[in-house]
Every structure is written in C-alpha cells, then in structure tokens.
Design a protein around this ligand. Structure first.
Ligand SMILES: [Zn+2]
Length: 400
C-alpha cells in the first residue's frame, strides 16, 4: 500500500518536473552547471514510487537534487518531516546527504549535524547522538540545546559525572540555575558509592549534593542511609526525624527506616518513646503514620497500631464495608483479629493503587521516583496525602 512518504516524494518529483520545465522554457538554466534532464529523471523517480520502492525513489531524489543554496531548505524540511513521522532511516539519509556537501556553510553544517543528532536520539543510537551533541556543545548556535540533550542522554545512561559536567556548562551558558537537578546527579553518585560499600566517596558526593540551593531532601535521606549502613544508628535516627520534620511527605520513606533501625538495635522502647514524642508535637501526623504503617505492613508496634486503629475508626467510607462496632465493643482478641484483617485487606488494596503523583504532568507510580519518567522533572512527585480508600474500594468493587 502506498505510504504517505510515497505521496510526499511523488509530489516533490512533480514539483521538480514543473520547475525544470519552467527553467528550461525561460532559459534560466545555469550554463556551467546544467541541471540533469528532469523529464527523464522525474519519470524514473515516479516509476520507483509506482512500484512502491520508496527508498530507491528517495535515493534518486537525493542524486537528482544536489544540495545547494536553493534546495537546502527543501532537504531540511524533508528530513524533519521523515523524523516526525518516525521514518528515522530516511531522515538520517537526508541529513547525511546534506553534510556530505563539500562547500557547506558553517551554520548549515551545524544545523545538519544537530538534525542528524536528533535523528540518532530518536533511533536510540545514543553513542552517535552523544558524539554530535558534544561537538555542537563546544561552539555553535545549538550549544544550549546540545547540552540539554546531553543531560538527557547521560541520565539515561546513568553517566552521572558527565551529566554534572554538562549541567554545569549549561548553567553557565543559559544563566538559569540547575542546582536541584545537579544535586540529584550527585545523589545518584552517592547512592552508587554506598551500594558499592565505598562510604567515603558516598559521603563526599552527599556533601556536594547538599551544597546547592534549593536543597534536595534526597541528600539527607542518602546520608541517613549511609549512617545506618555504617552502624551509626544515632545519626541515622536523628536525620530521619529531621527529614520528617522538614518534609512531612517523606514519612513514607523515613518511618520504615526508623522502625528498622530501632529493631536492629533491639530498642523497641526507644522507638515507642521517639514516635510518641513526634506525635505529641504533631498530632496531625497520626493519620500519616497509620497510612505508612498500612502500606508498609508495620505491625506489632503499640503506638503505630494505636494510630492505625484510630485511623480506621475515623475513616467514614470503611463503615460501609466493615462492622466497626467490633473495634469499639468487642473483646481484645476479637478486636485485634478484626483489626488485622481489615489492615491486611487495605494494605493489599493500597498496594494496587499508585501512591505518588507528579505535580507537573500527573504521572503516577507506586514507589517514589526522584525523576519523573514522563516529564523528566526532578523531585516533582508527592504522595496522596491519605489513602483514598473510597476510590480504592470503589475500584476494587468495579473490578471484581
Ligand atoms: Zn512528570
């Protein structure tokens, strides 16, 4: 079946035939470089198209219409059209053809290199794209765009040091701050270091991450994680509490760590005391603690169980599904049995619903993602402030 490219090229051949005819008729031919006889050539091109040999037709077009000042824009337009339509091989062929012209002006060469780099990026040929963007970033009018693309490529390839270098260059050139983005690059390096047990390097990177403004709380989380891993539990606990104080929404990340740290120390009374004092200062946090406990299955910790129980009793939607009188009137054993049943059911329901959502583009996910995979922004995800049990239950009912 003829594709859109076939029609596009057919249109171009007809246009060229008409132009060739007009040029021939009105004698505007360049005597030194006479264009090839278009009547034969365009018929040959059209013949390829009629046989649905689009690639041969394109090759024929490129041979026929040499890149010169008059035709270069047509070549660029055709190239970007093919790329937009996802026909990357053809776009690459056209842009390579432009670059092959020996007497190309510097600006046009840069434009062609930039177009070709974008083709490679679309085709997933990151190495080739990187090479061209590096070249363009060293001095062309595409410097800023090239550096932006390089940051994306290095993010995908997890080449964090290169991403930092490109980001810093971009800051200088564009005059806008990329402090948060660069801080996250350092955090990535710190997390890598910690994963390889190179805690000295990890600490160095965290320090660099925290030097910028605005500060990312991920730096503090990484520091706390390093402290835990190196058995400096006191520092870990202090940092996790500070993280919750400053950014309540990170309780879902910090609370399970706090619990695990105290458990490792065997100091459950210490945990109880720390959590009670936190909740005395911020009673509003009780529902967040309950939510985090339900989602992360934190059980058998009296203060947390208490938060969960109150949370369930206060949840209006639940009363439609569960006989909550059991909680308030039943004896201890019945009560805790009912409580744990509801908890585990809710935990399963919550696990099936995205918890975090990007505030920029709305992308949602189960786990906290520091960089949104959809809009590529950093630290734009926030959790649902509480489990939307009405939505969750509704969802569950309509799907069963
Ligand atoms: Zn997003």
């Amino acid at each position: 079946m003829p594709t859109e490219s076939t029609f596009l090229l057919a249109g171009l051949f007809l246009l060229l035939a008409a132009t060739g005819w007009a040029l021939g008729r009105f004698g505007e031919r360049d005597e030194e470089n006479p264009p090839p006889p278009l009547n034969v050539d365009y018929l040959k091109g059209l013949n390829f198209l009629l046989n649905e040999q689009t690639d041969q037709a394109l090759e024929h077009f490129l041979e026929m219409v040499r890149v010169d000042d008059k035709t270069i824009e047509t070549h660029f337009a055709l190239g970007s059209l093919f790329r937009r339509r996802g026909e990357i091989d053809r776009a690459i062929r056209i842009h390579q053809n432009i670059i092959a012209r020996p007497d190309l002006a510097a600006e046009q060469r840069d434009q062609a290199l930039f177009s070709l780099a974008k083709d490679y990026l679309h085709a997933g040929l990151l190495d080739r794209a990187e090479k061209l963007f590096v070249r363009l970033s060293q001095g062309s009018r595409y410097q800023v765009q090239a550096l932006e693309s390089l940051c994306r490529i290095y993010e995908q390839e997890k080449e964090w040091q290169k991403a930092i270098d490109a980001g810093q260059q971009l800051e200088t050139l564009s005059g806008r701050s990329l402090a948060l983005q660069i801080a996250h690059y350092y955090c990535e390096l710190a997390e890598e270091g910690a994963a390889n047990n190179d805690y000295a390097a990890a600490r160095r990177y965290v320090k660099k991450a925290q030097a910028g403004r605005p500060r990312t709380m991920r730096g503090a989380l990484t520091r706390a994680h390093i402290a835990r891993e190196t058995n400096d539990h006191k520092t870990a606990i202090r940092l996790y509490h500070r993280i919750i104080d400053e950014h309540t929404y990170l309780i879902a990340e910090a609370l399970p760590e706090i619990v695990a740290t105290y458990e490792k120390d065997g100091s459950m009374t210490g945990l109880d005391k720390a959590l009670r004092s936190m909740l005395d200062k911020n009673p509003d946090m009780r529902s967040l603690v309950a939510y985090t406990a339900i989602v992360n299955n934190l059980t058998d910790i009296p203060i947390i169980d208490e938060c969960v129980k109150n949370y369930l009793l206060d949840e209006p939607t639940l009363s439609e599904f569960v006989d909550l009188h059991i909680f308030s009137q039943g004896n201890g054993a019945t009560q805790s049995e009912a409580l744990s049943k509801v908890r585990s059911a809710l935990s399963k329901l919550a696990a099936a619903t995205p918890r975090y959502q990007c505030q920029e583009c709305g992308f949602s996910s189960q786990r906290l993602l520091w960089q949104c995979p959809s809009c590529r922004n950093w630290e734009t995800q926030r959790p649902a402030s509480r489990v939307q049990f009405d939505t969750v239950l509704q969802h569950s009912i309509t799907n069963h």
